[in-house]
Ligand binder design. Structure first.
Ligand code: BGC
Length: 375
């Protein structure tokens, strides 16, 4: 028996679907009138992931606490309208280039490409109309591991200033092991740069639970170094040791323990808003990047990825003005993001791992958010 959600959200269509099923329901219309759908994936244990074709956004994610009670652990909106006006990228697929590109330009094959300045002097999360504002084409697909949904999108040559027609596919699988797996695929017909991620904001206590901020969540990040930033949050190019800084999460530490310290990098980010350089084990295809424990509910989230970096962002720019599911106000640090990625501004940082994709090459990365509980 599964107890269905008693979490804050969910008068939403699709809630309480049959275990081991996927349900499609209408979610509203995009600004151009295109119909937008919501797919609710329910695994054999009754855990749910709801994904909308608008931005490929994760709308809710309900996983059990230590007593088996399901709770929604992500921020989101009740209908497509919230996603259309949202500038915080709640739950969205991010592309063509996740995070920032400095001075909104980069050089590739000797040519300079100019992008939109949608974050001060810089480009953030793909520009003015990133993949988070696109309506994706959805297809339910078979998976032996659970319920799977394939989303695809063609980002046309020149869109937001990026070269090449980029065919993108993302497969979300809600595994019966209570893991949400996200696989990203892309091909291009011209040399380009690609950095895809998902921008879910997590609060493992359940954002609707009156749990407040995420400062008491205990975090471990498998990183010995991070990429310090300038005042525009563009990496300086340095890979700095976390040792002796508030960025040392090698041992499990409360998120809030050092978040208000007068460390220069913490001040620049207004909290954590930094890329961590993941420690990769030789020969390992996918590695543990981070582990988060919420002590009150016992919920645990592990992040596994094939990517070299993760952006740890503590919702510093949330200010209570956003009202999400069930009208809940999303306040500063009421959620955190762990966005697996290549490093910000890589197209302008030759020493960072390359984000170039050429015709004939296959972009493929995998990130898995694994949920469990502990006493
Ligand atoms: C960025 C933040 C930004 C947030 C929402 C994160 O990936 O690093 O600076 O505010 O996304 O846009």
């Amino acid at each position: 028996m599964t107890t269905m959600a008693a979490s804050g959200a969910s008068s939403l269509a699709g809630a309480g679907a049959k275990p081991g099923s996927t349900k499609k329901s209408p979610f509203g219309k995009a600004p151009d009138g295109e119909e937008v759908d919501l797919y609710t994936l329910t695994n054999k244990n009754g855990a749910e992931a709801a994904i909308t074709t608008y931005g490929g956004s994760v709308v809710w994610l309900k996983v059990p606490d230590r007593d088996g009670k399901l709770g929604d652990v992500v921020l989101g909106f009740d209908s497509v309208d919230g996603y259309v006006s949202n500038t915080s990228y709640l739950g969205a697929l991010i592309g063509r280039y996740g995070n920032r590109i400095g001075h909104a330009e980069f050089k590739l094959d000797g040519k300079t490409y100019t992008l939109a300045k949608n974050n001060g002097e810089n480009t953030l999360h793909g520009g003015t109309k990133g993949f988070n504002k696109a309506v994706w084409t959805a297809k339910e697909i078979e998976s032996k591991d659970g319920q799977a949904l394939e989303l695809s999108y063609l980002s046309k040559d020149g869109e937001e200033g990026f070269p090449g027609n980029l065919h993108v596919r993302v497969i979300y699988t809600l595994e019966d092991s209570n893991a949400l797996k996200i696989e990203y695929f892309a091909t291009t017909d011209k040399d380009t740069v690609v950095n895809l991620t998902n921008h879910s904001y997590f609060n493992l206590a359940g954002p609707g639970s009156g749990s407040g901020d995420i400062l008491g969540h205990i975090l471990m990040i498998e990183a010995d170094k991070f990429t310090p930033v300038d005042s525009g949050l563009i990496p300086t190019g340095e890979l700095r040791d976390v040792a002796g800084t508030p960025f040392d999460f090698r041992k499990p530490t409360p998120i809030g323990a050092r978040i208000d310290s007068d460390d220069e990098q913490i001040k620049l980010g207004g909290g954590y808003d930094h890329n961590f350089v993941l420690r990769r084990k030789a020969g390992e295809a996918i590695s543990l990047a981070a582990r988060v424990v919420e002590p009150k509910t016992g919920r645990v989230m592990e992040v596994w990825t094939t990517q070299p970096g993760v952006q740890f962002y503590t919702g510093n720019f949330l200010d209570g003005s956003l009202h999400g599911k069930g009208g809940i106000s999303y306040t500063k640090r009421s959620a955190f993001c762990l966005e697996t990625q290549h490093f910000p501004d890589s197209p302008n940082k030759p020493k960072f791992p390359s984000t170039e994709l050429k015709p004939g090459e296959h972009y493929h990365t995998t990130t898995i958010y694994k949920f469990s509980t502990e006493k």
